[in-house]
Design a protein around this ligand. Structure first.
Ligand code: Q9C
Ligand code: ZN
Length: 343
């Protein structure tokens, strides 16, 4: 399987994250992508190519223009005020506060963020746009007739909605790629999110649409991030009613429970008649993940890949989460190798 990768991911390197009451080094690090790339090479998954630049147009197909312009200018405006540290919000536009977009950069940072764990740095814009290009180059390959591609996207994307960042995500790589597949003649596209956390951003983007089916298997938001979305009764709205499926599972759920949910999701994808599949591939479902609580073992990821291959669809994998840095490469490549073995 072809891998698309860009070194620009390294430009996103946040300093710290608030965990258990103290500032700790960010879990979402450049070493994650390095480890995945090393495993791709070591296990001879296939060629590794650089992305082609696609510009802002495909991003603006799913993201709000004000939000995109904010991200483009945020670091410049933030550092002009003499700040040399990561831009993180300290307040949110919660109930009964003004809804207008603030003018000042710090107010905008609060307005366009969902949490305080998604640092904007000097290199964020470059890294995030390169990550989108990685996903879009993968989509190009599918449009060109390839069976599958692996977009080694970092920073990840699935928590980024139309007009906010969060959960280490700035642009929704998988959603932008799914939209690009639609725009290039694929009539029905399914996005399956297997990251431990609910793909709130992707759900937000496609919630009112029937041409893109969204399905997510994740830790129950009653106890897990992102808390405010990802419940089973969210089924889509308007035209999109019946085209959104959430499979929240209790934190600590066992492997067979997880695979049962996967089977339910795959059945829906087959029923939908998808012409292409985008997989939001987070491996933070791994038993050793430091911030998540499912129990998949490294060999289980081979099974996941094989089950996905059984759909017989052109498939684009986009990397999302996974924070056990040592095993992340094997876990990701196991999915891709499991897929290839059954293709
Ligand atoms: N104690 C992705 O996997 N913080 N994002 C959780 C847990 C946010 C994860 C803190 C987790 C976001 C792409
Ligand atoms: Zn995650």
């Amino acid at each position: 399987m072809l891998t698309i990768y860009s070194d620009s991911h390294r430009l996103q390197h946040g300093r710290s994250e608030l965990i258990d009451g103290t500032l700790k080094p960010c879990f979402e690090t450049p070493s994650r992508a390095d480890m995945v790339l090393a495993a791709v090479r070591q296990r001879d998954l296939g060629d590794v190519v650089h992305p082609r630049r696609h510009g802002l147009e495909p991003i603006l197909r799913v993201h709000d223009e004000g939000y995109v312009r904010f991200l483009e200018t945020a670091w410049q405006r933030w550092s002009e005020m003499g700040r040399d540290y990561d831009a993180l919000p300290k307040m949110w536009q919660i109930r009964r506060l003004r809804e207008a977009v603030p003018e000042y950069v710090e107010g905008q940072l609060c307005y366009y963020s969902m949490d305080c764990g998604t640092p904007i740095t000097a290199g964020t814009w470059q890294a995030a746009t390169a990550s989108v290009d990685v996903a879009l180059t993968g989509a190009d390959r599918l449009i060109g007739g390839e069976r599958a591609a692996f977009a080694l996207t970092r920073p990840p994307g699935h928590h980024a909605a139309r007009d906010y960042c969060g959960g280490y995500c700035f642009f929704n790589n998988a959603a932008i790629a799914a939209q690009a597949l639609r725009d290039h003649g694929m009539h029905r596209v399914a996005v399956l999110d297997v990251d431990y956390h609910h793909g709130n951003g992707t759900q937000d983007i496609f919630y009112h649409r029937s041409d893109v089916l969204f399905l997510s298997i994740h830790g129950d938001p009653r106890t897990e991030y992102p808390f405010f979305l990802g419940f089973a009764d969210e089924k889509g709205d308007g035209e999109g009613l019946g085209y959104n499926f959430n499979f929240p599972l209790a934190a600590g759920s066992c492997v067979s429970t997880w695979f049962f949910a996967l089977d339910c999701a795959l059945e829906q994808i087959a029923r939908f008649g998808a012409e292409a599949l985008v997989v939001s591939l987070g491996v933070d479902t791994f038993e050793g993940d430091p911030i998540s609580r499912f129990q998949l073992g490294t060999p289980d990821f081979v099974t996941l890949g094989a089950r996905l291959a059984a759909l017989k669809l052109p498939t684009l994998f986009c990397l999302e989460g996974g924070y056990a840095v040592g095993p992340i490469g094997d876990n990701v490549v196991n999915v891709l190798a499991g897929f290839e073995a059954r293709s």
